[in-house]
Design a protein around this ligand. Structure first.
Ligand code: TXA
Ligand code: MG
Length: 335
Protein backbone atom coordinates (compact mmCIF):
# COMPACT_ATOMS: atom_id res chain seq x y z
CA UNK A 1 0.00 0.00 0.00
CA UNK A 2 1.22 3.48 -0.77
CA UNK A 3 1.01 6.04 1.95
CA UNK A 4 -0.02 9.32 0.37
CA UNK A 5 2.78 11.81 -0.12
CA UNK A 6 3.15 14.75 2.17
CA UNK A 7 3.05 17.68 -0.25
CA UNK A 8 5.62 20.49 -0.14
CA UNK A 9 2.93 22.70 1.39
CA UNK A 10 1.96 20.10 3.97
CA UNK A 11 3.77 19.22 7.16
CA UNK A 12 7.23 18.50 5.84
CA UNK A 13 8.79 17.36 9.09
CA UNK A 14 5.98 14.84 9.57
CA UNK A 15 6.72 13.50 6.08
CA UNK A 16 10.41 13.18 6.89
CA UNK A 17 9.64 11.37 10.17
CA UNK A 18 7.34 8.95 8.38
CA UNK A 19 9.92 8.33 5.66
CA UNK A 20 12.58 7.55 8.24
CA UNK A 21 10.36 5.18 10.21
CA UNK A 22 9.37 3.31 7.03
CA UNK A 23 13.06 3.01 6.09
CA UNK A 24 13.99 1.77 9.58
CA UNK A 25 11.29 -0.87 9.25
CA UNK A 26 12.83 -2.12 6.01
CA UNK A 27 10.35 -0.38 3.70
CA UNK A 28 10.89 1.42 0.41
CA UNK A 29 10.61 5.21 0.27
CA UNK A 30 10.73 7.36 -2.85
CA UNK A 31 12.38 10.65 -1.95
CA UNK A 32 13.31 13.80 -3.84
CA UNK A 33 16.87 14.63 -4.79
CA UNK A 34 18.02 17.61 -6.83
CA UNK A 35 18.58 15.30 -9.84
CA UNK A 36 15.67 12.83 -9.97
CA UNK A 37 13.57 11.01 -7.35
CA UNK A 38 15.33 8.07 -5.74
CA UNK A 39 13.84 4.78 -4.53
CA UNK A 40 15.48 4.44 -1.15
CA UNK A 41 16.11 1.42 1.05
CA UNK A 42 18.33 0.82 4.07
CA UNK A 43 21.57 -0.20 2.35
CA UNK A 44 22.37 -2.60 5.20
CA UNK A 45 19.03 -4.43 5.08
CA UNK A 46 19.34 -7.28 2.52
CA UNK A 47 15.57 -7.83 2.18
CA UNK A 48 14.94 -4.15 1.54
CA UNK A 49 17.72 -3.98 -1.06
CA UNK A 50 16.39 -7.12 -2.76
CA UNK A 51 12.97 -5.51 -2.95
CA UNK A 52 14.43 -2.43 -4.70
CA UNK A 53 15.73 -4.66 -7.50
CA UNK A 54 12.44 -6.57 -7.67
CA UNK A 55 10.23 -3.46 -7.76
CA UNK A 56 12.37 -1.79 -10.42
CA UNK A 57 12.65 -4.97 -12.47
CA UNK A 58 16.39 -4.40 -12.46
CA UNK A 59 19.05 -7.11 -12.86
CA UNK A 60 20.78 -7.68 -9.51
CA UNK A 61 24.19 -7.25 -11.16
CA UNK A 62 23.38 -3.60 -11.91
CA UNK A 63 24.74 -1.73 -8.86
CA UNK A 64 22.95 0.91 -6.78
CA UNK A 65 24.18 4.31 -5.62
CA UNK A 66 24.72 4.76 -1.88
CA UNK A 67 23.35 8.06 -0.53
CA UNK A 68 24.93 9.46 2.63
CA UNK A 69 24.18 12.62 4.68
CA UNK A 70 27.62 14.21 4.49
CA UNK A 71 31.19 13.72 3.32
CA UNK A 72 32.10 13.25 7.00
CA UNK A 73 30.68 9.72 6.88
CA UNK A 74 32.36 8.75 3.59
CA UNK A 75 35.09 6.87 5.47
CA UNK A 76 32.48 4.44 6.87
CA UNK A 77 31.65 3.17 3.39
CA UNK A 78 34.90 3.20 1.44
CA UNK A 79 38.22 1.54 2.26
CA UNK A 80 40.32 4.49 1.14
CA UNK A 81 39.65 8.13 0.25
CA UNK A 82 42.05 9.33 -2.47
CA UNK A 83 42.98 13.04 -2.65
CA UNK A 84 40.83 13.43 -5.76
CA UNK A 85 37.77 12.31 -3.75
CA UNK A 86 38.50 14.85 -1.00
CA UNK A 87 38.79 17.54 -3.66
CA UNK A 88 35.61 16.62 -5.51
CA UNK A 89 33.61 16.22 -2.29
CA UNK A 90 34.76 19.66 -1.14
CA UNK A 91 33.69 21.20 -4.47
CA UNK A 92 30.50 19.35 -5.31
CA UNK A 93 28.91 17.78 -2.23
CA UNK A 94 26.14 18.07 -1.40
CA UNK A 95 25.27 17.95 -5.10
CA UNK A 96 24.82 15.95 -8.31
CA UNK A 97 28.14 14.11 -8.30
CA UNK A 98 28.58 10.38 -7.62
CA UNK A 99 32.03 8.95 -6.93
CA UNK A 100 33.02 5.33 -7.50
CA UNK A 101 35.52 4.21 -4.84
CA UNK A 102 36.74 0.96 -3.26
CA UNK A 103 34.00 -0.26 -0.92
CA UNK A 104 34.49 -0.91 2.79
CA UNK A 105 33.29 -4.15 4.39
CA UNK A 106 30.21 -2.29 5.59
CA UNK A 107 28.81 -2.04 2.05
CA UNK A 108 26.93 -5.24 1.20
CA UNK A 109 27.82 -6.83 -2.15
CA UNK A 110 24.09 -6.91 -2.91
CA UNK A 111 24.27 -3.09 -3.25
CA UNK A 112 27.31 -3.11 -5.55
CA UNK A 113 26.10 -5.97 -7.74
CA UNK A 114 29.09 -7.99 -6.57
CA UNK A 115 31.68 -5.29 -7.39
CA UNK A 116 34.49 -4.32 -5.01
CA UNK A 117 33.73 -0.66 -5.78
CA UNK A 118 30.80 1.42 -4.56
CA UNK A 119 29.10 4.44 -6.12
CA UNK A 120 28.34 7.07 -3.48
CA UNK A 121 26.95 10.58 -3.24
CA UNK A 122 25.58 13.28 -0.93
CA UNK A 123 22.47 14.78 -2.55
CA UNK A 124 21.66 18.47 -2.01
CA UNK A 125 17.86 18.43 -1.89
CA UNK A 126 16.97 19.65 1.63
CA UNK A 127 14.43 16.85 2.22
CA UNK A 128 16.91 14.19 1.08
CA UNK A 129 19.45 15.61 3.52
CA UNK A 130 16.90 15.69 6.33
CA UNK A 131 15.94 12.06 5.75
CA UNK A 132 19.58 10.93 5.46
CA UNK A 133 20.65 12.84 8.56
CA UNK A 134 17.78 11.47 10.65
CA UNK A 135 18.23 7.94 9.26
CA UNK A 136 21.93 8.05 10.17
CA UNK A 137 22.99 5.22 7.87
CA UNK A 138 23.14 4.99 4.09
CA UNK A 139 20.31 4.63 1.61
CA UNK A 140 20.77 2.52 -1.48
CA UNK A 141 18.69 4.38 -4.05
CA UNK A 142 18.35 4.00 -7.79
CA UNK A 143 16.10 6.36 -9.71
CA UNK A 144 12.47 5.65 -8.75
CA UNK A 145 11.29 4.28 -12.10
CA UNK A 146 11.00 0.87 -13.71
CA UNK A 147 14.27 -0.35 -15.16
CA UNK A 148 15.05 1.22 -18.52
CA UNK A 149 12.34 3.87 -18.49
CA UNK A 150 12.42 7.63 -17.96
CA UNK A 151 13.52 8.83 -14.51
CA UNK A 152 10.93 10.66 -12.37
CA UNK A 153 11.40 14.38 -11.71
CA UNK A 154 8.31 14.90 -9.55
CA UNK A 155 6.28 12.84 -7.07
CA UNK A 156 3.44 12.30 -9.56
CA UNK A 157 5.86 10.54 -11.94
CA UNK A 158 6.86 8.16 -9.14
CA UNK A 159 3.28 7.49 -8.21
CA UNK A 160 2.39 6.71 -11.82
CA UNK A 161 5.32 4.29 -12.23
CA UNK A 162 5.73 2.60 -8.85
CA UNK A 163 2.93 3.88 -6.60
CA UNK A 164 1.32 0.49 -6.09
CA UNK A 165 4.55 -1.28 -5.16
CA UNK A 166 6.30 0.98 -2.66
CA UNK A 167 5.58 2.10 0.89
CA UNK A 168 5.91 5.87 0.90
CA UNK A 169 6.52 8.82 -1.40
CA UNK A 170 8.03 11.95 0.10
CA UNK A 171 6.93 14.83 -2.11
CA UNK A 172 9.58 17.52 -2.42
CA UNK A 173 8.30 19.21 -5.57
CA UNK A 174 10.04 19.19 -8.95
CA UNK A 175 13.72 18.33 -9.16
CA UNK A 176 15.89 21.36 -9.86
CA UNK A 177 18.59 19.62 -11.98
CA UNK A 178 16.38 17.09 -13.80
CA UNK A 179 19.05 14.69 -15.08
CA UNK A 180 20.92 12.17 -12.96
CA UNK A 181 24.21 12.78 -11.18
CA UNK A 182 27.54 12.66 -12.96
CA UNK A 183 29.33 9.42 -12.11
CA UNK A 184 33.11 9.71 -11.85
CA UNK A 185 35.21 6.62 -11.25
CA UNK A 186 38.06 7.32 -8.83
CA UNK A 187 38.87 3.67 -8.16
CA UNK A 188 41.57 3.38 -10.84
CA UNK A 189 44.66 5.41 -11.67
CA UNK A 190 42.89 8.16 -13.62
CA UNK A 191 39.53 9.75 -12.76
CA UNK A 192 37.04 8.81 -15.47
CA UNK A 193 33.50 9.95 -16.15
CA UNK A 194 31.21 6.92 -16.47
CA UNK A 195 28.00 8.91 -16.90
CA UNK A 196 27.68 12.63 -17.72
CA UNK A 197 25.19 14.38 -15.45
CA UNK A 198 24.42 17.36 -13.26
CA UNK A 199 28.06 18.39 -12.74
CA UNK A 200 29.85 19.03 -16.02
CA UNK A 201 33.13 17.51 -17.17
CA UNK A 202 34.50 21.05 -17.43
CA UNK A 203 33.68 21.82 -13.76
CA UNK A 204 35.31 18.57 -12.63
CA UNK A 205 38.45 19.28 -14.67
CA UNK A 206 38.72 22.75 -13.13
CA UNK A 207 38.31 21.30 -9.62
CA UNK A 208 40.92 18.57 -10.20
CA UNK A 209 43.23 20.91 -12.10
CA UNK A 210 43.69 18.49 -14.98
CA UNK A 211 41.87 17.04 -17.99
CA UNK A 212 39.97 13.76 -17.60
CA UNK A 213 40.76 10.72 -19.70
CA UNK A 214 38.07 9.25 -21.95
CA UNK A 215 36.30 6.22 -20.46
CA UNK A 216 37.55 2.80 -21.51
CA UNK A 217 34.61 0.47 -22.12
CA UNK A 218 35.26 -3.00 -20.76
CA UNK A 219 33.05 -5.97 -20.09
CA UNK A 220 33.67 -5.80 -16.35
CA UNK A 221 32.72 -2.24 -15.48
CA UNK A 222 28.96 -1.81 -15.28
CA UNK A 223 28.80 1.36 -17.31
CA UNK A 224 25.57 3.10 -16.34
CA UNK A 225 22.86 2.90 -18.92
CA UNK A 226 24.89 0.60 -21.11
CA UNK A 227 21.82 -1.55 -21.56
CA UNK A 228 20.14 -0.71 -24.86
CA UNK A 229 17.20 1.65 -24.55
CA UNK A 230 17.97 3.04 -21.15
CA UNK A 231 16.10 6.19 -20.10
CA UNK A 232 13.58 5.51 -22.88
CA UNK A 233 9.97 6.64 -23.22
CA UNK A 234 7.43 4.31 -24.84
CA UNK A 235 7.71 6.14 -28.15
CA UNK A 236 10.63 5.47 -30.50
CA UNK A 237 13.05 8.36 -30.24
CA UNK A 238 14.95 9.40 -33.36
CA UNK A 239 17.80 11.88 -33.17
CA UNK A 240 17.98 14.10 -36.24
CA UNK A 241 21.35 15.62 -37.15
CA UNK A 242 20.06 19.00 -38.26
CA UNK A 243 17.27 20.70 -36.29
CA UNK A 244 16.21 22.60 -39.43
CA UNK A 245 15.00 19.25 -40.85
CA UNK A 246 12.67 18.51 -37.90
CA UNK A 247 9.44 20.19 -39.16
CA UNK A 248 9.65 18.54 -42.58
CA UNK A 249 10.45 15.11 -41.10
CA UNK A 250 7.61 15.41 -38.59
CA UNK A 251 5.20 16.29 -41.41
CA UNK A 252 6.38 13.36 -43.53
CA UNK A 253 6.15 10.81 -40.70
CA UNK A 254 2.70 12.10 -39.67
CA UNK A 255 1.43 11.79 -43.24
CA UNK A 256 2.42 8.13 -43.16
CA UNK A 257 -0.05 7.67 -40.31
CA UNK A 258 2.12 7.93 -37.19
CA UNK A 259 1.42 10.09 -34.16
CA UNK A 260 4.58 12.16 -33.96
CA UNK A 261 6.14 14.22 -31.19
CA UNK A 262 8.72 16.81 -32.09
CA UNK A 263 11.02 18.76 -29.82
CA UNK A 264 11.61 21.97 -31.75
CA UNK A 265 14.04 24.82 -31.15
CA UNK A 266 12.31 27.99 -29.95
CA UNK A 267 12.87 29.82 -33.23
CA UNK A 268 11.56 27.23 -35.72
CA UNK A 269 8.03 27.23 -37.12
CA UNK A 270 5.48 24.97 -35.44
CA UNK A 271 4.07 22.00 -37.36
CA UNK A 272 0.32 22.53 -37.39
CA UNK A 273 -0.96 19.01 -37.99
CA UNK A 274 -3.27 17.35 -35.49
CA UNK A 275 -1.11 14.18 -35.45
CA UNK A 276 1.98 16.18 -34.46
CA UNK A 277 2.58 17.21 -30.85
CA UNK A 278 5.13 20.01 -30.68
CA UNK A 279 7.13 20.86 -27.57
CA UNK A 280 9.80 23.56 -27.46
CA UNK A 281 13.42 23.19 -26.41
CA UNK A 282 13.95 25.75 -23.61
CA UNK A 283 16.56 28.31 -24.63
CA UNK A 284 18.67 27.81 -21.49
CA UNK A 285 20.45 24.44 -21.21
CA UNK A 286 19.76 24.30 -17.49
CA UNK A 287 16.00 24.51 -18.22
CA UNK A 288 16.29 21.90 -20.97
CA UNK A 289 17.88 19.46 -18.49
CA UNK A 290 15.30 20.26 -15.83
CA UNK A 291 12.32 19.59 -18.14
CA UNK A 292 13.70 16.87 -20.47
CA UNK A 293 12.15 13.84 -18.76
CA UNK A 294 8.79 15.56 -18.19
CA UNK A 295 8.69 16.38 -21.92
CA UNK A 296 9.42 12.77 -22.89
CA UNK A 297 6.59 11.68 -20.60
CA UNK A 298 4.29 14.28 -22.14
CA UNK A 299 4.89 12.81 -25.59
CA UNK A 300 3.94 9.40 -24.20
CA UNK A 301 0.76 10.85 -22.71
CA UNK A 302 -0.17 12.19 -26.13
CA UNK A 303 0.23 8.68 -27.53
CA UNK A 304 3.16 9.63 -29.75
CA UNK A 305 4.67 6.61 -31.47
CA UNK A 306 7.69 8.51 -32.73
CA UNK A 307 9.58 11.39 -31.13
CA UNK A 308 11.96 13.49 -33.23
CA UNK A 309 14.70 15.51 -31.53
CA UNK A 310 18.03 17.11 -32.37
CA UNK A 311 21.14 17.22 -30.21
CA UNK A 312 22.12 20.17 -28.02
CA UNK A 313 25.74 21.34 -28.01
CA UNK A 314 27.64 18.84 -25.90
CA UNK A 315 29.18 21.29 -23.47
CA UNK A 316 28.30 21.67 -19.80
CA UNK A 317 24.91 20.13 -19.01
CA UNK A 318 24.39 19.66 -22.76
CA UNK A 319 26.61 16.55 -22.55
CA UNK A 320 24.18 14.91 -20.09
CA UNK A 321 21.15 15.84 -22.20
CA UNK A 322 22.80 14.48 -25.37
CA UNK A 323 23.75 11.27 -23.53
CA UNK A 324 20.16 10.68 -22.36
CA UNK A 325 18.70 11.44 -25.80
CA UNK A 326 21.15 9.03 -27.40
CA UNK A 327 20.25 6.31 -24.90
CA UNK A 328 16.52 6.99 -25.33
CA UNK A 329 17.02 6.53 -29.06
CA UNK A 330 18.82 3.25 -28.45
CA UNK A 331 21.10 1.39 -30.82
CA UNK A 332 19.13 2.52 -33.87
CA UNK A 333 20.41 6.07 -33.55
CA UNK A 334 23.62 6.74 -35.44
CA UNK A 335 24.17 10.21 -34.00
O1 TXA B 1 21.16 11.28 -9.72
C1 TXA B 1 21.30 10.09 -9.48
O2 TXA B 1 22.41 9.51 -9.54
C2 TXA B 1 20.05 9.31 -9.07
C3 TXA B 1 19.55 9.84 -7.73
C4 TXA B 1 18.38 9.06 -7.20
O3 TXA B 1 20.61 9.87 -6.82
N1 TXA B 1 20.30 7.91 -9.01
C5 TXA B 1 20.48 7.15 -10.11
O4 TXA B 1 20.60 5.81 -9.82
O5 TXA B 1 20.54 7.59 -11.24
P1 TXA B 1 20.49 4.65 -10.89
O6 TXA B 1 20.50 3.40 -10.11
O7 TXA B 1 19.33 4.88 -11.78
O8 TXA B 1 21.83 4.74 -11.65
C6 TXA B 1 23.03 4.45 -10.97
C7 TXA B 1 24.09 4.03 -11.91
C8 TXA B 1 23.79 2.67 -12.45
O9 TXA B 1 23.54 2.75 -13.83
C9 TXA B 1 25.04 1.87 -12.16
O10 TXA B 1 25.53 1.20 -13.29
C10 TXA B 1 26.06 2.91 -11.69
O11 TXA B 1 25.31 3.94 -11.16
N2 TXA B 1 26.91 2.35 -10.66
C11 TXA B 1 26.57 2.04 -9.41
N3 TXA B 1 27.61 1.49 -8.75
C12 TXA B 1 28.64 1.45 -9.62
C13 TXA B 1 29.99 0.99 -9.54
N4 TXA B 1 30.47 0.45 -8.43
N5 TXA B 1 30.75 1.12 -10.64
C14 TXA B 1 30.27 1.67 -11.78
N6 TXA B 1 28.99 2.13 -11.92
C15 TXA B 1 28.19 2.01 -10.85
MG1 MG C 1 18.06 5.07 -13.34
Amino acid sequence: MTVKPTGPLGDVSEGVDQAVSVLRGGGLVAFPTETVYGLGADAENPQAVARVFAVKGRPTTHPLILHIPSADTLGDWVSEIPDSAHTLAAHFWPGPLTMVLQRSQRVPLAVTGGLETVAIRVPSHPLALEVLTAFAGALAAPSANRFGSVSPTCAAHVEADLGADIDFILDGGSCSVGVESTIVDLSGTDPTILRPGGVSREEIEVALGRPLVAPVMTGTVRVPGSHALHYAPRASVVVVANSADLPEMATREASSGLRVGVLLPADSDAVSLPQVKTLRVPSETIDFARTLYAMLREFDQHGCQLVLVSMPDEVGLGAAIADRLRRAAGPRSDD
